[in-house]
Design a protein. Structure first.
Length: 255
């Protein structure tokens, strides 16, 4: 069974995929996130992985000024909000000796499976330090993802200080998958899966073959896929989504 990173924008189905892998024998990290009213079945995301990626992004994402001046920069995420960061494609992602040491310690237990939306940006810091690892990219329609981000933003207090709207959420989605398509996926073994494909036996078959292991077929819940994708999105988001669907061999009726 290969080591695996589950990669994709937040609210795109990464938790569902990680949940199908949670019983496969993987080490998924320590200090796991608790379930919430938004993700009742769990996130399958390690706070140690989050902390590493937050520290990487803290050197990349412009900080929000303290005090009253910070009110002018509420679009800049602070600690633990950086899964909603906007990092330009081509931005250099450095890996300090301290970060490298923490990654090496975390990846000593194998096979591992880690999931974090921030991997969309921070993967260059991890890649040189992980071996025999495959990359499972999960996505869904950008309008559905953006709508779900807005729902999470309205319900979780730790996000209240971050300004967010639908258009910005689509921009975040677009940037994350641009990094994956234009940079990360040029090297390594990748599988692209649409959210809807994970709800089918055929999609789960593909994942099992990819990781060389077994998934929990009872975990995906069709009843949770309730967000509609009916708001307009940017032409760039449509272009990226079309490319992702092509890589996943997924045909959407209204694409």
């Amino acid at each position: 069974m290969f080591n695996c990173l589950v990669i994709g924008s937040g609210r795109s189905g990464t938790s569902m995929v990680a949940g199908t892998l949670s019983g496969a024998g993987y080490f998924m990290g320590d200090r796991m996130m608790s379930s919430t009213s938004i993700n009742k079945k769990g996130y399958f995301e390690s706070k140690n992985v989050e902390a590493i990626n937050e520290d990487i992004l803290s050197k990349v994402v412009p900080p929000r000024p303290r005090g009253m001046l910070g009110n002018l920069f509420k679009d800049r995420p602070t600690r633990y909000q950086r899964w909603l960061a906007r990092v330009p494609v081509g931005k250099t992602i450095d890996c300090s000796e301290d970060i490298a040491s923490r990654i090496e310690t975390l990846t000593e237990r194998q096979p591992f499976c880690f999931k974090d939306p921030r991997f969309c940006y921070t993967l260059p810091a991890w890649k040189p330090l992980i071996k025999d690892t495959v990359f499972l990219c999960v996505f869904r329609h950008p309008a559905a993802t953006a709508s779900s981000i807005m729902k999470v933003h309205s319900k979780h207090k730790y996000l209240y200080s971050l300004s967010m709207n639908f258009e910005r959420a689509v921009e975040i989605w677009t940037l994350m998958y641009q990094h994956i398509i234009q940079t990360h996926s040029k090297e390594g073994k990748w599988l692209f899966v649409h959210y809807d494909q994970v709800l089918s036996d055929q999609g789960l078959d593909r994942i099992e073959e990819f990781i060389d292991g077994k998934v929990d077929r009872s975990f995906p819940d069709k009843g949770l896929a309730s967000v509609e994708a009916n708001q307009p999105i940017s032409s760039k988001a449509r272009e990226i989504y079309s490319e992702l669907c092509s890589r996943a061999n997924y045909q959407e009726a209204n694409l």
